[in-house]
Write a protein that binds this ligand. Structure first.
Ligand code: TZP
Ligand code: MG
Length: 217
């Protein structure tokens, strides 16, 4: 186990891949550096879509991002790609319901790193409760999102509060979270918020992260 999971890691959880950087003057490492400097509490490398890095390019990017995270003692989490996560000895792996089957991931990973699972319905949360090897659940989209083409239906703040009641694991909210609506999550019982665009496209990452961290979860 590289970095031990703590609930507080979910407070301001930044997710990003090269596809999410729209400003040509910025790069994923430059945006991550600013976000780490601003105080994010976890980072997930999520490389998706037609222009996604693959093979050695993806590996090199992962290593660079991981090194940045290590400098700030922030966990480096890989989305979906179990082989990559194992190769670089990531701190965590995050998988969705449509990715490699969770039991398979648990079998492959063992105690090597912590595991996060996307759960967007009560049935999925109840199934996750049957497993003892997870660290946290990611649930949403809590608000409409532009960052995921195949996102599930929006569940709203009431929906996420309901999932929290059923879950034996801490839940991090995802989907359409902004500086303006993040306060709506304060009374839902979530452990924090995970975001792509509000940081990736922020004109002031320091201010954005500060606002995300101001919420009393
Ligand atoms: N899963 C559910 S919504 C979403 C993912 C990966 C995208 C979140 O991105 P944003 O830009 O914070 O809405
Ligand atoms: Mg996935």
């Amino acid at each position: 186990m590289t970095m031990k999971f703590k609930r507080s890691m979910l407070t301001a959880y930044f997710i990003c891949g090269t596809q999410d950087i729209k400003d040509a003057t910025k790069t994923l490492p430059s945006v991550l550096t600013e976000a780490l400097e601003a105080g994010i509490t976890a980072f997930q490398f999520r490389e998706k879509g037609t222009h996604a890095l693959t093979g050695d390019d993806k590996l090199a990017m992962a290593k660079q991002l991981q090194q940045l995270c290590a400098q700030y003692q922030v966990p480096f989490i890989v989305d979906d790609d179990v082989a990559l996560a194992r190769q670089v000895k990531a701190d965590g792996i995050h998988v969705g319901q449509k990715d490699e089957r969770i039991n398979q991931v648990i079998a492959e990973i063992g105690q090597q790193m912590f595991i996060g699972l996307s759960c967007n319905t009560i049935a999925q949360v109840q199934a996750a409760n049957q497993l003892s090897e997870l660290a946290y659940l990611g649930s949403g989209p809590v608000f409409p999102t532009q960052s995921k083409d195949d996102a599930d239906p929006v569940i709203g703040t009431d929906g996420i509060a309901e999932l929290v009641k059923y879950s034996q694991y801490p839940i991090v909210a995802i989907g359409g979270i902004s500086e303006n609506n993040v306060a709506e999550l304060a009374h839902t019982g979530v452990a924090g918020s995970s975001v792509i665009s509000v940081i990736a496209q922020s004109t002031d990452i320091r201010r954005t992260v500060k606002r995300l961290k101001k919420i009393n979860y």
